[in-house]
Design a protein around this ligand. Structure first.
Ligand code: ATP
Length: 260
C-alpha cells in the first residue's frame, strides 16, 4: 500500500460537535428542518467517543442527518469520499443533506476530510465507480472488484479496504446485507478502528448487534428529538429479546390484527 502521511497526531473524534444555526434557515417548516429531530428546541450533537451510533424508527431522519454530516466532511451525498462523485447528479440526487449542512456549524479538532461515506443503497454505483477509476489509471493498483463477491461479502471487503486509514467514516445501515456472523466481523473491525484512535465512525443502524458495539456512544432519535440511550433500552433490542425468549408467543402477539 502506498505510504500515507499521518493527517494529525490528535486522537479521534475529530468532529466534536454539530449544531443547527437557526438564523441560517430560510423556512423551518420545510423539509429537512421540519423533521421532529430539529424542531422545538435547538439541535446540537456532541461527539465524545470515536464511535457514535444513531438509532431510531424508519423515517426519523437518520439518513438525512448523516448526509448533512457527510457534506460537512466534504463527501458526496450519494456516498463516497472527498472528491469522489460516484453517482450521476443529472439524475435525481436529493440535495437536502447539503442544504442542511449549510445551516449547521461543525466544530472540528482538527478538520479531517479523509474517510468515507458508506450508504448501502449506493454501494453498487460506488463499487462500479471505483473499478472504472482503477481501470483508467495505468499506474494504479488493480480494480478492487467488490462486485464479484456476494452482496454481504462485497460489503465486508469494501469496509476492510476502505476503513483502514485515518479519517472520518460515516456508515448508513452497514448491516443491510450482512448475516449475523458478518456483523460480528464488522464489529471486530469497528473495535480495531476504535482502538486505533485514528478513526471516527458515525453510524446509523437498525441492528441490535451493532448497537451493542463496545465503547460506542448511542443516541436515539424520537419524536422528542435526539437523546443518549443504552442499547438495552432500544425498541430493537427489546423486540429481539422478547422474540428470543418466547418466539411463539411473540409471533402470536406481534401478528395479532387490531380487529381480532
Ligand atoms: N426530499 C424529501 N422531501 C421531503 N421529505 C423527505 C425527503 N427525503 C426524505 N424525506 C422524509 O424525511 C423523513 C426522514 O427520512 P430519512 O431517510 O432521513 O429517514 P431514516 O431515519 O434514515 O429512515 P430509514 O430508517 O427508513 O432509513 C422521512 O419521513 C422521509 O419521507
Amino acid at each position: 500500500m502506498a505510504y500515507r502521511k499521518q493527517l494529525t497526531r490528535l486522537k479521534a473524534p475529530y468532529l466534536k460537535r454539530i449544531l443547527l444555526d437557526a438564523t441560517k434557515v430560510e423556512d423551518l417548516e420545510k423539509y429537512p428542518w421540519n423533521l421532529p429531530l430539529f424542531r422545538g428546541r435547538e439541535f446540537e450533537l456532541e461527539f465524545t467517543t470515536p464511535i457514535t451510533i444513531i438509532v431510531g424508527e424508519n423515517g426519523t431522519g437518520k439518513s438525512t442527518l448523516l448526509e448533512a454530516i457527510g457534506a460537512l466532511a466534504g463527501y458526496d451525498e450519494a456516498g463516497g469520499g472527498k472528491g469522489y462523485r460516484p453517482v450521476d447528479h443529472s439524475i435525481a440526487i436529493d440535495k437536502s443533506g447539503a442544504a442542511l449542512a449549510n445551516t449547521f456549524r461543525g466544530h472540528w479538532l482538527p478538520k479531517v476530510t479523509a474517510g468515507w461515506f458508506f450508504r448501502a443503497e449506493s454501494f453498487y454505483s460506488v463499487a462500479r465507480y471505483l473499478d472504472k477509476a482503477a481501470l483508467e489509471d495505468p499506474f494504479g493498483p488493480p480494480p478492487p472488484d467488490f462486485l464479484s463477491w456476494s452482496h454481504g461479502e462485497g460489503f465486508i471487503r469494501f469496509f476492510e479496504e476502505r476503513c483502514r486509514r485515518q479519517g472520518i467514516y460515516i456508515l448508513d445501515e452497514p448491516e443491510s446485507a450482512l448475516s449475523p456472523s458478518r456483523q460480528i466481523e464488522l464489529l471486530k473491525m469497528l473495535r480495531r478502528m476504535d482502538q486505533s484512535g485514528t478513526a471516527q465512525v458515525i453510524m446509523a443502524t437498525h441492528s441490535p448487534l451493532l448497537m451493542a458495539c463496545p465503547g460506542a456512544r448511542l443516541f436515539r432519535i424520537s419524536r422528542f428529538g435526539l437523546d443518549p440511550t443504552d442499547f438495552s433500552d432500544t425498541d430493537h433490542f427489546r423486540m429481539m429479546r422478547d422474540f428470543c425468549t418466547d418466539p411463539q408467543s411473540f409471533m402470536e402477539e406481534a401478528l395479532r390484527e387490531t380487529d381480532e
